[in-house]
Design a protein around this ligand. Structure first.
Ligand code: ATP
Ligand code: MG
Length: 261
């Protein structure tokens, strides 16, 4: 059965999508079977995996509204396959923004994704879910089906404040909706060791959250930022870059963590 992880942080632009697509590619590279679920109407993870969100015939929207199964809606990316680093993609586009309203009167609407993914659990080792920058019904659907949450964060002054809201939400979901859920770890991203403040916040995180902080640190690296415009994760776009290497290390760290879960 696949282990399911949400990549979540209600703050915008902290590196959720970059983490999701590069972890997916890194896991594929070390031989894991991966499904990447884009749960954000922005569709960045879809585009960043080489799939045009405007051309999707079926998407996560159809899955949430139960007009398609995951097996019907998932796609592969030719670009990833050509690079020998393939993972399956359940894509998203603007249509998904309507799902929240359309599901308002539906019972157990926060469990829709969980039900849908149940049918493909045996096809994968990992299912990674890229969440939108909010604690919305969409994110709730992600949290309800996950075994763990990966929280990418920049080591900046306000990082810890936003974290409290997320930790509370995760606690509530754990108590009321999903007993399996845990914060699997905090991932330090866009890290620049030359900046003293970042080093200090990084130390604070380790003191406060101990082994919940992943050992791997993702550096600020321009190749990771350039890769999406080629429709590729950085891990595939420039495997020798510092950022790509860090994400492959992170994939290996995740494989080890899962073994001890
Ligand atoms: P949103 O909340 O809008 O979904 P996000 O949390 O998914 O945003 P990303 O889209 O992954 O964040 O990253 C925000 C920006 O930072 C992007 O332009 C991305 O290319 C860039 N970026 C992310 N990680 C790195 C990194 N390690 N080094 C350099 N640039 C990065
Ligand atoms: Mg994003």
């Amino acid at each position: 059965m696949a282990k399911i992880f949400c990549v979540a942080n209600q703050k915008g632009g902290v590196g959720k999508t970059t983490t999701t697509v590069n972890l997916a590619a890194g896991l594929a590279k070390v031989g894991q079977r991966v499904l990447m679920v884009d749960l954000d109407p922005q569709g960045n993870a879809t585009m960043g995996s080489g799939v045009d969100k405007r051309q999707l015939e079926l998407s996560i929207y159809d899955v949430l509204l139960e007009s398609a199964t995951v097996a019907e809606a998932r796609v592969k990316s030719d670009k990833l396959a050509a690079a020998g680093c393939s993972y399956d993609i359940l894509g998203a586009n603007r249509e998904l923004a309507g799902a929240e309203v359309e599901l308002v009167d539906v019972e157990r609407r926060e469990k829709r994704l969980k039900q849908a993914l149940g049918a493909v659990g045996d096809d994968y080792d990992f299912i990674l879910i890229d969440c939108p920058p909010s604690l919305s019904m969409l994110t709730l659907n992600g949290l309800c089906c996950a075994h763990g949450v990966i929280v990418p964060m920049q080591c900046e002054y306000f990082a810890l404040e936003g974290l409290a809201d997320l930790v509370n939400t995760i606690k509530q979901v754990h108590a009321n909706l999903n007993r399996d859920l845990a914060i699997i770890g905090l991932l330090r991203v866009m890290f620049d060791p030359r900046i003293m403040l970042q080093q200090q916040v990084s130390e604070q995180l380790k003191t406060r959250f101990g082994n919940k902080v992943f050992d791997t640190v993702i550096p600020r690296n321009v190749r990771l930022a350039e890769a999406p415009s080629y429709g590729l994760p950085g891990v595939v776009f420039d495997p020798s870059s510092k950022g790509a290497q860090a994400f492959v290390n992170f994939a290996q760290e995740m494989v080890l963590r899962v073994e001890t879960m």
